[in-house]
Design a protein. Structure first.
Length: 67
């Protein structure tokens, strides 16, 4: 599996398209990134599946917490 991959996502706040470079070398991760257009925080959850050789990325707004 290539440790670095690029994903195109859409900001959940303003709809701006963002290209993210993801580093899968540390496995699955949860992190935040700021939208370069509206500066709001974006919650990102990256799940690395080594068996399927795939990276799944889910995003939501910082205020959309799932319980």
């Amino acid at each position: 599996m290539n440790n670095y991959t690029e994903k195109q996502v859409e900001c959940p706040h303003c709809g701006h398209h963002i290209t993210l470079t993801l580093d899968a070398s540390n496995g699955s991760q949860e992190f935040y990134d700021d939208c370069p257009a509206c500066c709001h925080a974006i919650h990102l959850n990256m799940q690395v599946d080594h068996i399927e050789d795939d990276i799944k990325l889910t995003i939501d707004a910082d205020d959309e917490q799932i319980f």
